[in-house]
Design a protein around this ligand. Sequence first.
Ligand code: VGL
Ligand code: ZN
Length: 198
Amino acid sequence: MPKALIVIDMQLDFCPGGRLAVAGGDEIVAGINDLMADYDAVVLTQDWHPHDHASFADNHPGATAFSEVAMPYGPQVLWPAHCVIGSPGAGFHPALAVDCADLVIRKGFRPQIDSYSAFYENDHRTATGLAGYLRERDLTELAFVGLAHDFCVAWSAMDAARLGFRATVIEEATRAIDLDGSREAARERMRQAGVTLA
Ligand code: VGL
Ligand code: ZN
């Protein structure tokens, strides 16, 4: 079965020194590069927000980063501004082997809705187009790596499983934000969704 490596959000803002830094985020770059050769296709996702994005705490007067608000599509964590379109922090980590990617898929570019998953925005309805791409190429086995384990990696892998792909998260090639135990909670939800944790 043709298989794809889906590399989630390996961008400077999620690495130490970035605006939404994930501890150890830069430690996984070399391992991800090494994995690429084992797959028939490599897809990179890129979190890509306009400056007025609704997921940024700065755009909610009085709100603090990492608090939760109710959006029309459900609860939303408010984040420090990150991965702003065209900013250096939105760029990939310079050591990531971006030349090996078949496809780069951007997400989160609509101001009023966030998109953790590589497949759907956070309303679980608005598609990014990735599922169609993978199906047309017959890529049915998907391995997920990158940042962050408990948000974009988990949401992507769970959507993949629901869509009928075989989804595995290679946990040593991820790092978590871990807000209030979100890492363990994400692991449990992934297992229940039929995602393999490797
Ligand atoms: C992510 C929070 C906000 C992620 C993206 O890549 O996990 N987390 N935007
Ligand atoms: Zn984001």
